[in-house]
Design a protein around this ligand. Structure first.
Ligand code: KIV
Ligand code: ZN
Length: 510
């Protein structure tokens, strides 16, 4: 059966979603999970855009060995060189170059002629080809470009050595049939198209990204660019899990396969949601909390008699834990470790010991520990591995007749303990003010939400905060059975991300 190449751009286009910034360590964590998921290509970042992106691509190229690792580059010699510098340690490197092609972009943004764009495209592909054989080229805004001009560009870049040509619906404007016709036109009008893989990259502005991608695949595209949970610029990109599960569930119709291990979908989706701070809407196809829940009595009756009556997919095929297996304070490291493995986590011994300690503390407060509690514990563990300041102690005093007062102690990067106290309008305000007195980084809190991880009065509370500094949004999350502590952790998590971005590490590009 013919295969479709899955090109994951969660770490590049996905991270372009406003408020989704990830640090290099978090990107590496996601890249390792993408490798387990079985994606063929990981677009790991845009090295010329920031030192953090450069470092992330370099790290991933060094440590993630099975998939092709691909940095993005704009069409300048510096960006192409930087992309190569970042990816050269990969076992399977690729460089992806993009340049606008539509008259709208040429006349209003780039102020260049079609001839100039054609020339530059060839030159940059040739430059990248000097470094690596695997080169991808994208004529940006292709769906709003005259097809005859797209054919011309594609022929030229394939002649220059491009091995993949990607057709982006950059602004999510195309309709499925129209986009399919564009792909068909390319396959029949570009004379050397057999020398390259045709790829598609669809945005979701009209909610058509997955439909457009599937139509293009039907017409002969054999690489699809997508993101976990569909995150991405504006309304996002085509969602990986929806495309993959459509191809798998309707193999009778598409007659195509992928290399994805679908049982890793749920775990990957949770990880991306945790680290980006983007919650998944309950009705999200494939991985939303309601995707496999049946509410109507008639549906429940049917499913109990035979699941196929109302279920087109088995939730286990996407890795949704089949049982909400409960651990308790009597469970030992072995049971805990086993459950982690079943949920798809593999932690270092040190992280495992630390997480087990957290589990024991939680089990003292909460009778039954569910899979969601374990996920929350591990997410907390991942967050603390990338800390600059560590929250060591927090205490508050509040009530309807007292002045909310907080005392906090942080451990700074040199291991020094720093304590301060503040009054606030409420306990969270007091804590954030006390933390600000120590860290001293001006920022605005733009979002604060609390939700409980499971049902029950003893549930873990998860807090999500977003802060803004110099027009950049940073997301932070924290979890604890005490929502005041969770609020402090979430704020520290956001501040640590802000600090990490401001202080490039040794060896990072500038
Ligand atoms: O949407 C787009 O056009 C892109 C390109 C860089 C491929 O993301
Ligand atoms: Zn895009």
């Amino acid at each position: 059966m013919d295969k479709v190449i899955i090109f994951d751009t969660t770490l590049r286009d996905g991270e372009q979603a406003a408020g989704a910034s990830l640090n290099p360590q978090e990107k590496l964590e996601i890249a390792k999970q993408l490798e387990k998921l079985g994606v063929d290509v990981i677009e790991a970042g845009f090295p010329a855009s920031s030192p953090g992106d450069f470092e992330a691509v370099r790290l991933i190229a060094q440590e993630v060995k099975h998939p092709v690792i691909c940095p993005l580059a704009s069409a300048t010699p510096e960006a192409v060189d930087k992309a190569w510098e970042a990816v050269k340690g990969a076992d399977h490197p690729r460089i992806h170059i993009f340049l606008s092609a539509s008259d709208i972009h040429l006349s209003y943004q780039l102020k260049k002629s079609r001839e100039e764009i054609l020339q530059l495209s060839k030159e940059m592909v040739t430059r990248a080809k000097g470094y690596v054989n695997d080169v991808e080229f994208s004529p940006m805004d292709a769906s709003r470009t005259e097809p005859a001009y797209i054919y011309q560009i594609l022929e030229a870049v394939i002649d220059a050595g491009a091995t993949t040509v990607n057709i982006p619906d950059t602004v999510g404007y195309a309709a499925p049939q129209e986009f399919g016709n564009l792909i068909q036109g390319i396959l029949s009008n570009v004379p050397n198209i057999h020398k390259a893989i045709v790829s598609v990259h669809c945005h979701n502005d009209l909610g058509l990204a997955v439909a457009n991608s599937l139509e293009a695949i039907q017409k002969g595209a054999r690489q699809v660019e997508c993101t976990i949970n569909g995150i991405g610029e504006r309304a996002g990109n085509a969602s990986l899990e929806e495309i993959v599960m459509a191809l798998k569930t309707r193999q009778d119709f598409f007659n195509l396969a992928t290399n994805i291990d679908t049982t890793q979908i749920y775990r990957t989706s949770r990880l991306v949601s945790e680290l980006t701070g983007f919650s998944i809407q309950p009705n999200k196809a494939i991985i939303g909390a309601n995707a496999f829940r049946h509410q109507s009595g008639i549906h429940q009756d049917g499913v109990l008699k035979k699941a196929i009556t109302y279920e087109i997919m088995d939730p286990r095929t996407v890795g949704i834990p089949s049982s909400v297996l409960v651990l308790s304070k009597l469970s030992g490291t072995h049971g805990f470790k086993e459950r982690l493995a079943e949920l798809g986590y593999s932690l270092s011994q040190e992280a495992l010991n630390h997480a087990f300690q957290g589990f024991k503390e939680l089990a003292d407060k909460k009778k039954e520990i569910t899979d969601r509690d374990i996920e929350s514990l591990i997410a907390e563990e991942l967050r603390t591995t990338t800390e600059i300041y560590h929250l060591d102690y927090v205490e508050i005093s509040c009530g309807d007749h007292s002045l909310p007062t907080a005392t906090v102690r942080l451990i700074d990067p040199e291991g020094q303990s720093l304590a301060d106290a503040a009054l606030g309008t409420g306990p969270v305000d007091a804590i954030y003010k006390a933390i600000n007195r120590i860290v001293g980084i001006p920022n605005n809190l733009t979002e604060f939400t609390v939700k409980s991880v499971t049902e029950g009065i003893d549930a873990i509370g998860e807090v999500l905060v977003r802060i803004e500094s110099e027009d950049v949004t940073y997301t932070g999350r924290g979890a604890s059975t005490d929502i005041i502590v969770a609020s402090a952790k979430a704020y520290m998590n956001a501040l640590n991300r802000l600090l990490a971005r401001k202080t490039p590490k040794e060896g990072e590009a500038s």
